[in-house]
Design a protein around this ligand. Structure first.
Ligand SMILES: Nc1ncnc2c1ncn2[C@@H]1O[C@H](COP(=O)(O)OP(=O)(O)OP(=O)(O)O)[C@@H](O)[C@H]1O
Ligand SMILES: Cc1ncsc1CCO
Ligand SMILES: [Mg+2]
Length: 245
C-alpha cells in the first residue's frame, strides 16, 4: 500500500529539508528572483540562480534539484534551460517546470510542451496555464489556486491551505516551485514532496496573514512564517485530502 501524503509526513519532510539543506538551482524569471531565493532559504534549502550558458552545467551538476520557470523567456534562456534539463536528466536529478504565461503565447506553450516531453518530475502552474497544458503524461501535475490539485495518475491530492493574499503578491507560485524543488531533493515520491511543500507554504501563509496589514507586509511575513513554522503547528493546520487513483 502506498504511503500517501499526510500532515505528519509534511512535518517530517520539513525537518529533513532543514537538516539536510538541499541545493536548489533555479532558472527563474527576472521578476521574482529574490523572493524565490529567499523562500528556498527560509525553508532550509540553499538556492543558486545563475543562468549563464558557460556555467549552467556545473551548477546543475552540483544541485540536488532544479526549477525551470518560463516567466521571462528569451532565446538565450531557452538554450540554457535545454542544457540544464539535459544535465539534470543525465544525473537523475528531479526538476520542476513552471510554465508561466504559456497561455499568453503559442510559442511559449510549444516550448513548455517540448520540455514536458523531456520528462520533468513535476509540472506546476495556475489554473489558466494548467488548463491549457492538459495532461502531463507520467509526471506529477499540479494546479495551484485557492485549493491546490495534485495528480500523478495513481492518486489525487488536494491541499486546502493558503490565503487570498497569496494571489495578491506576485511570485507566490514561483516561490512554491522553489520550495517544492527543495522537498523533491529529500523525498523520492514527487506526490509526497509536493504535498508537503504546498502544505508548508499554505499553513505559513495563514500564519503570515495574521501578522500582516495587506499584500505588501504579507509577502515579508510569509518569509518570516516559513522560517518560524513549527512542526506541531503544521500538523494541526495542514489540510491534505487524497483519493487513491
Ligand atoms: N485564493 C487563494 N486562497 C488560498 N491560497 C491561494 C489562493 N490563490 C493562490 N493561492 C496559493 O498561492 C500560491 C500560488 O498559486 P497561484 O495559482 O496564484 O500561482 P501563480 O498564478 O503561478 O503565481 P505567480 O505566477 O504570481 O507566481 C499557491 O501556493 C496557492 O495555493
Ligand atoms: C508577472 C510576471 N511576468 C513574468 S514572470 C512574472 C512573475 C510571476 O509569474
Ligand atoms: Mg505563475
Amino acid at each position: 500500500m502506498r504511503n500517501l501524503p499526510s500532515p505528519q509526513m509534511a512535518a517530517r519532510l520539513l525537518a529533513c529539508v532543514r537538516e539536510r539543506r538541499p541545493r536548489v538551482h533555479c532558472l527563474m524569471n527576472t521578476v521574482v528572483q529574490k523572493f524565490t531565493a529567499d523562500g528556498i532559504t527560509v525553508v532550509g534549502g540553499i538556492p543558486s540562480m545563475t543562468s549563464s550558458r558557460e556555467e549552467i552545467a556545473d551548477f546543475v551538476a552540483k544541485a540536488d534539484a532544479l526549477t525551470v520557470n518560463l516567466g521571462t523567456l528569451d532565446a538565450e534562456h531557452r538554450a540554457v534551460i535545454l542544457r540544464a534539463v539535459e544535465v539534470a536528466n543525465a544525473g537523475g536529478k528531479p526538476w520542476i517546470l513552471d510554465p508561466v504565461h504559456c497561455d499568453y503565447s503559442p510559442s511559449r506553450l510549444a516550448f513548455a510542451r517540448d520540455l514536458i516531453a523531456l520528462g520533468p518530475t513535476i509540472v506546476r502552474g495556475n489554473r489558466a496555464e494548467m488548463e491549457l497544458i492538459g495532461e502531463t503524461g507520467a509526471c506529477l501535475r499540479i494546479q495551484t489556486g485557492p485549493v491546490d490539485h495534485l495528480a500523478d495518475g495513481r492518486a489525487t491530492v488536494r491541499i486546502a491551505n493558503g490565503h487570498r493574499w497569496m494571489a495578491a503578491v506576485t511570485g507566490t507560485g514561483c516561490l512554491s516551485g522553489g520550495v517544492i524543488a527543495a522537498f523533491m531533493a529529500v523525498e523520492k515520491d514527487p506526490l509526497n514532496a509536493a504535498a508537503g511543500a504546498l502544505a508548508v507554504t499554505g499553513v505559513a501563509a495563514e500564519c503570515a496573514a495574521r501578522n500582516a496589514a495587506g499584500p505588501g507586509t504579507f509577502g515579508v511575513a510569509l518569509l518570516d512564517a516559513l522560517s518560524a513554522l513549527g512542526e506541531a503547528e503544521l500538523v494541526s493546520h495542514a489540510r491534505i485530502e487524497h483519493d487513491q487513483g
